[in-house]
Design a protein around this ligand. Structure first.
Ligand SMILES: [Zn+2]
Length: 477
C-alpha cells in the first residue's frame, strides 16, 4: 500500500422542527411545490427573522450527543452567493460562532474501534430545490425547503476507508434519529453528505490536492464514489495522466463516475458577515441541562435494555434498534400486550418480511400498534393459531382490521377439540396410505406432510400441538 486516502465529511441533517428556522412556515417534507413559503423565507425586504427556539434546542442536543463544547453565545451570519435556489441571495449560517466545536463520534469497523473528531456543528438554513424540466427546457424553483433548519456536522479529516465513512454515517443516523433531532432519511434528502477527499503517499505529512464530492445521499453511492475518486487521484499521481486541482465534483450514479462541477471557491468568496437582523443567542447552563434531561433513550441504551433487562435475543434486538420507527413500534406493542419476547419475535420474523414485500424500509413501516398487540394476545392465549395470526397481521398491515372482530366474523378460532382433530387425522391417514406405509418403514419425515394434510382439512385453524399429538398416536397404533 503506497498511498492512503484521507477524507473529511460534512453531513447535513434537516432538523425535525414543525416550522422553518426564521418564520412560521411549515417545514414538513412532501407538500405541493411552493405551498410552504412566506415573505420572510423568500427574503422580502423588511421581514424580520425570528429564531426558532426548537431548532436551537435540537442543535444543543446534537452537541451533547457528540460530546462537543457548546458555544455559550452564538450568532448567525450571512453567506453570500447567487443561485436560483436561494431567493434571498444569501444563506443564514453560523460562521463566526457555531453552536459547538471539538466533538467526537465513536465508530466500529472490522478493524476495531475508532474515534472520529469533529471540528464543529453549525445551524443553518437549507436552500430551495430546482427541478429541471427537460421537455420544456426549463428549470422550476420550489422554495418549500428554503430556510428549513439543518445542522452541518463538520468532521476533521480522520477517515481512511469507505467502511469508516459508512460506519460513521450509520452512527450519526442512529444518534440523531433516536434523539428526535432529524429523521435522517437519505432518500428524502433530510440527511446528505459532502465528502472531502485527497490521496497522499503513506507517511507524508502534507495532504494531497483535495476534491469535494457534493450532495451524496445513499451509503452505496458514497462507497462507490470514494472508490472511484481514490483511484482517479492515485492514477494522476502515478502516471501524471491529469493534473489534480482543488475542485467540487458530483457523482453520477448511472455512469459510476465523478465529474467536475466547478473549481472550489475559497471561504472568502462568500463574503461572510454577521447578520445584523438577528440577535446573538445566549445558551446558559440551565438551558443545556434541560435539553440533556429531555434526551430520549439512545439506540445503544435501548439495545442494552432489550438484551440485558428484557433478556431478548441479540439478533432481534439489533435489528429493531436499527430504526427509531421500529423501536417505537416495539415499545408501543410490547407495552400494550405485555409480552416483549413475542413482540420482538413477531416484528422480526413477520412484520419485516411483510414490509419488505411491500418495498417499505424500516423507517417507513406504518402499523396500528393497538391491533398488532391484540393479535399477539389472541395467539398467546390460543384463541387462534400462529398461522392464522400471520395472515391476520397482513390484514392489519394492509387494511388495519380489528383482529378480534375479524376472527369472530370469519370463524377463525382455533380448533383444539380432540374428537374433531381425531376424525380429521383418521381421514387423512386413510387418504394417504402410501405415506403411512413409508412412515411404518421408518421414514419419519412424512409426518410433516401428513400434518399439512390434517391442517388443510381443518381450514388451517387447528392447534398444531393437538394435531401433532393425535397424529403421532394414530400412526403408532
Ligand atoms: Zn416562511
Amino acid at each position: 500500500m503506497k498511498y492512503e486516502t484521507v477524507m473529511g465529511l460534512e453531513v447535513h441533517a434537516e432538523l425535525s422542527t414543525e416550522t422553518k428556522l426564521f418564520c412560521s412556515c411549515s417545514a414538513k417534507f412532501g407538500a405541493e411545490a411552493n405551498d410552504n413559503v412566506c415573505p420572510a423565507c423568500c427574503g422580502m425586504p423588511g421581514m424580520p427573522a425570528i429564531v426558532n427556539k426548537k431548532a436551537i434546542e435540537l442543535g444543543v442536543a446534537a452537541a451533547l450527543l457528540t460530546k462537543s463544547e457548546i458555544t455559550r453565545e452564538m450568532t448567525f451570519d450571512k453567506k453570500n452567493y447567487f443561485y436560483p435556489d436561494l431567493p434571498t441571495g444569501y444563506q443564514i449560517t453560523q460562521f463566526f460562532a457555531p453552536i459547538c466545536r471539538n466533538g467526537r463520534v465513536e465508530i466500529e469497523t472490522q478493524a476495531g474501534k475508532k474515534t472520529i473528531t469533529l471540528k464543529q456543528i453549525h445551524i443553518e438554513e437549507d436552500a430551495g430545490k430546482l427541478v429541471h424540466d427537460t421537455r420544456a427546457g426549463a428549470t422550476l424553483a420550489d422554495f418549500n425547503r428554503a430556510s428549513v433548519p439543518l445542522i452541518e456536522i463538520v468532521s476533521n479529516p480522520d477517515f481512511r476507508t469507505a467502511e469508516e465513512v459508512t460506519a460513521y454515517l450509520e452512527e450519526l443516523r442512529l444518534l440523531l434519529s433516536f434523539a428526535g433531532i432529524s429523521d435522517c432519511k437519505m432518500q428524502e434528502g433530510s440527511m446528505r453528505c459532502d465528502v472531502n477527499i485527497s490521496v497522499r503517499e503513506v507517511g507524508a505529512d502534507k495532504l494531497g490536492v483535495r476534491a469535494e464530492i457534493k450532495n451524496m445521499n445513499s451509503l452505496k453511492a458514497i462507497a462507490a464514489a470514494i472508490a472511484f475518486e481514490s483511484q482517479r487521484h492515485i492514477d494522476a499521481l502515478e502516471t501524471g495522466s491529469e493534473t489534480l486541482v482543488q475542485e467540487t465534483r458530483r457523482w453520477d450514479d448511472a455512469l459510476c463516475e465523478t465529474f467536475s462541477m466547478r473549481e472550489k471557491e475559497d471561504a472568502t468568496d462568500y463574503r461572510y458577515f454577521p447578520n445584523p437582523e438577528i440577535m446573538p443567542v445566549s445558551i446558559d447552563d440551565d438551558w443545556v441541562e434541560s435539553v440533556r434531561a429531555s434526551l430520549p433513550e439512545s439506540a445503544r441504551d435501548k439495545y442494552a435494555r432489550m438484551t440485558e433487562t428484557l433478556g431478548l435475543p441479540a439478533h432481534e434486538s439489533r435489528l429493531i434498534t436499527q430504526s427509531k420507527n421500529l423501536s417505537d413500534i416495539f415499545d408501543a406493542v410490547s407495552a400494550l400486550c405485555g409480552n416483549p419476547r413475542e413482540t420482538a419475535n413477531w416484528i422480526v420474523t413477520e412484520l419485516l418480511s411483510i414490509a419488505q414485500g411491500d418495498n417499505k424500509g424500516y423507517d417507513d413501516i406504518v402499523i396500528d400498534c393497538g391491533n398488532f398487540a391484540k393479535l399477539i394476545g389472541l395467539v398467546d392465549s390460543k384463541v387462534i393459531n400462529r398461522n392464522v395470526g400471520k395472515k391476520l397481521l397482513v390484514k392489519i398491515f394492509e387494511e388495519n382490521i380489528d383482529p378480534a372482530a375479524y376472527v369472530e366474523e370469519n370463524s377463525l378460532g382455533m380448533v383444539s377439540d380432540a374428537d374433531v382433530v381425531a376424525k380429521a387425522v383418521a381421514e387423512a391417514l386413510d387418504e394417504n396410505a402410501k405415506s403411512v406405509a413409508e412412515y411404518k418403514a421408518g421414514n419419519q419425515k412424512v409426518t410433516g406432510f401428513l400434518m399439512g394434510q390434517v391442517m388443510r382439512k381443518l381450514g388451517g385453524k387447528a392447534d398444531p400441538q393437538v394435531v401433532s399429538a393425535v397424529l403421532n398416536k394414530q400412526l403408532t397404533m
